[in-house]
Design a protein around this ligand. Structure first.
Ligand code: PMT
Length: 404
């Protein structure tokens, strides 16, 4: 009974996957949740309100102004009732409306009116899912702290093959339970957490720089998870294309030296420091004033070492609880444990960056977290879920440390 006593408002929009929602309602109620259902007009073309009423044991809602509701404002009553708003399937159209804050039917109005945790299980044609507009809306929704479940990949109702199938009902329920468990475990109210994220860029001349493939997704997910855990969050971000997460103080930097300086200027405030950034270890010894001209078959440049931000933070006399990341391509445990020891860290989260679909610039990751006398494997999972699990683990170790 994972969701015991939770009020789950299930919003169904008009996609073929809506036929799976009676099963989803059954699985939610079997997990202990109280379920009420809201349907858009087009959802009723794919699943019957009668079936949903029968399995949920409650009338199905569709109208914005409900004469049967107290004060005829059913949307406000439902919005207050819900602990969780789950929209499954979430069509491209509904995602676009939610991202823009449109409220032209009951479901989209509830999204604006509720304080509940919101989960979306997208379902659409693979090309629609990949479309620039959908991906932009997805990023906007993630930054509004909406949890996205799926979509799964495979054969689609239209005959296409690719990502866009609604995640299966059982997995949706397990996912919500996993996030809830993570949130409950991480409680960092009153603590300040600083996170570095993204790549750094080191200029060679006015035109060129060296950098790496970090997108910032892992670090931004950790920042959001820290906000959800109640912490005050400072995010020091290299150049990325992600929108700023809601509820964090964000400082943008370009180079490793700038990241170092911004971190050190505020480190006295920080209880927990988490270095997810892929910081360039070296920069050009000389930054050329003019564009380097093409000459001969080879080009030799000299690089000098950048400051090691993580190591310098952990070496402070009043150091915060310091957690590093390690991007490794071989002997993950050996290299991660060496960094843990050499940089005097409390914990280190290692990822094998050779695993396809995980790590740099992807939506999922898997972490092997090490500390002096133990380790824990997390994932593979979406970075948002992984970040919550990581924060729960960090919070547990941090509390043990300060209570000793
Ligand atoms: O941003 P994404 O696309 O989501 O990808 C996530 C990620 C793969 C970048 C992330 O999960 C990750 O592995 N981050 C650490 C990358 C890295 O630079 O690892 P490293 O093994 O080279 O560095 C070890 C640690 O030292 C890291 O915590 C790093 O932030 C820190 N470091 C490194 C060099 C330096 N000069 N200063 C540092 O603080």
């Amino acid at each position: 009974m994972h969701l015991s006593g939770k009020n789950v408002l299930l919003g169904i929009s008009g996609g073929i996957a809506a036929y799976k929602t009676p099963d989803l309602v059954r699985k939610l109620t079997a997990s202990g949740a109280n379920v009420r259902v809201v349907m858009t007009d087009s959802a009723s073309a794919f699943v019957s309100a009668m079936a949903l009423q029968a399995v949920s044991g409650n009338p199905v809602h569709n109208s914005l102004l409900d004469p049967a509701a107290e004060a005829a404002m059913g949307h406000i009553e439902l919005a207050k009732w819900a602990d969780i708003l789950l929209i499954a399937p979430a069509t491209a159209n509904v995602m676009a409306k939610l991202a823009c804050g449109l409220a032209d039917d009951l479901l989209t109005t509830l999204f604006l009116a509720t304080k509940a945790d919101v989960y979306l299980a997208p379902a659409m044609n693979q090309q629609m899912w990949a479309a620039h507009a959908t991906q932009r809306n997805l990023t906007m929704l993630e930054n509004m702290q909406v949890t996205i479940i799926g979509p799964a990949a495979g054969e689609q109702a239209c005959g296409d093959v690719g990502a866009g199938r609604m995640t299966e009902p059982q997995e949706i329920v397990e996912h919500i339970h996993g996030v809830k468990a993570g949130e409950q475990a991480a409680n960092l109210a009153g603590k300040t957490v600083m996170i570095t994220a993204g790549p750094t860029q080191e200029s060679l001349d006015p035109v060129r720089y060296i950098s790496n493939h970090s997108s910032g997704k892992m670090g931004y997910a950790v920042a959001l998870a820290a906000v959800e855990a109640g912490a005050d969050v400072i995010l020091v971000s290299g150049p990325v294309t992600l929108p700023a997460p809601v509820g964090v103080k964000i400082d943008y930097v370009t180079t490793a030296q700038q990241m170092h300086d911004v971190v050190m200027a505020q480190i006295d405030l920080v209880d927990i420091f988490i270095g997810t950034a892929a910081v360039a270890d070296y920069r050009a010894k000389v930054l050329k004033d003019n564009k380097i001209k093409k000459k001969g078959e080879e080009l030799t440049l000299t690089f000098v070492k950048n400051p090691d931000i993580l190591k310098n933070v952990a070496a402070l006399s009043d150091a915060p609880f310091t957690v590093g990341f390690a991007a490794e391509s071989q002997d993950v445990e050996h290299y991660a444990r060496s960094k843990l020891k050499n940089k005097k860290l409390a914990m280190i989260a290692a990822n094998n960056i050779t695993t396809s679909g995980l790590g740099f610039n992807s939506d999922k990751n898997a972490l092997h977290v090490f500390w002096e006398n133990g380790d824990r494997q997390l994932g593979p999972a979406p970075k948002k879920l992984l970040a919550q699990e990581l924060l729960a683990l960090i919070s547990e170790h941090y509390k043990n440390k300060i209570s000793n």
